[in-house]
Design a protein around this ligand. Sequence first.
Ligand SMILES: NC(=O)c1ccc[n+]([C@@H]2O[C@H](COP(=O)([O-])OP(=O)(O)OC[C@H]3O[C@@H](n4cnc5c(N)ncnc54)[C@H](O)[C@@H]3O)[C@@H](O)[C@H]2O)c1
Length: 386
Amino acid sequence: MKHGDVTRRAFLKTSAAGAAAAAAAGQIRTARGAEAKKDEVVLGFIGVGGRGTTLLRKVVTIPGIRVGAVCDLRSERVAAAQRVAEQFKPKGYENFKEMIEKEKLDGIIVATEVANHAKVVIPLLEANIHTFSEKPMDSTVEKVDAIVKAARKSKAIYQVGFQRRYSENFIKAIEKIHSGDLGKVVFLAGDWQFTSGVGGWVINVEMSGGKLVEQACHHMDVMAWVMKNQHPVEAVGMGAVTVEHKNPPKYTAEDHSSVVFRFPGDIIFTYTHTSYCPEKWYAEKLWVYGQGWGINLSAGELYTPDKQTVKIAESSDYYVGTGEQLEDFADNIRTGGKRKPNSNAETARVATLMALMGRAAFHNMATNRYESRIIKWSDLGTTTDA
Ligand SMILES: NC(=O)c1ccc[n+]([C@@H]2O[C@H](COP(=O)([O-])OP(=O)(O)OC[C@H]3O[C@@H](n4cnc5c(N)ncnc54)[C@H](O)[C@@H]3O)[C@@H](O)[C@H]2O)c1
């Protein structure tokens, strides 16, 4: 399915509902001018660095979306983003509070560094502004909880950038697992062989939560999804810094880690995350085991007990779902914002806390040492368990 096809179909389907949607959105802070085309969704951006720019480039290709304003603390990034979206002549800001005060936006896309999510997302949700924020939710349990509480209270959409939840490939394969036709899941395994591209603030645990949290949270999300959004009960792990870093921060993120999680029902998930593998080894592996069968989620393949390989979905990668999640965010706004996003406060909470749990199993922030511990879910001290 081509990205543009989805967009046009979704756009045509919803265009008739535009006026009703605008009315339904009345309780949401959406002060679009009467001159705005009724099916046009006006989006703003906060944080237009690497990821924010990638999302902006996608958004400008989606019919029915106008970019109203862009914001970043760095003026050169504001200017660059204005050039990317030049057909819309978006206003530029360096202060997001000023942007939401002055602009008539239907929704906002947040792509700040991980530790800067809560301070932006919470005021948006409190103002009932539809918000799409990048993953993971934030870098600490306390801030994740604070966002969850704000999202549960808010009348606005809160969608989180776990794009695999919008990939038809993952959706189909996980539906197959959840159908129960194959029998029960007995074991999970995964790894991410990543090349040395991850740098900058990501190697600072205080900013990113660590690499397992910043990056592998995507895979935590997928396996929690396979487990019907249950959280693991415990984790044990090892992680280490073995690469020489220029100007390492105090809390240097792990270069490699291996974590084992135990989900309810004694379902074990073993996971290895590396950051400096040779280009040739770059790969994402997400395997779900049953008794005699298995599903390779990244390849979209089912291996049956009678040794058949059955294609159940296209193979997936890191990027699949990126455009679809943005289309869905805009569509949800267009139709009144009543639909719970596939990747929402509750699912993203489990994924982010699971990643923080894994990190805590190998990195002790109190001593700033990489040492192994068994961490129970209850050790996290989350205050948002239902
Ligand atoms: N879903 C994915 O596949 C994917 C891929 C890459 C990154 N990400 C996520 O995207 C987010 C951003 O990552 P990045 O690599 O683009 O970081 P980045 O450093 O390139 O960009 C972050 C930008 O946010 C700006 N910023 C911070 N606080 C701000 C504020 N209060 N107001 C306005 N601007 C502010 C910074 O100035 C910076 O330009 C992170 O959460 C990261 O984990 C997701």
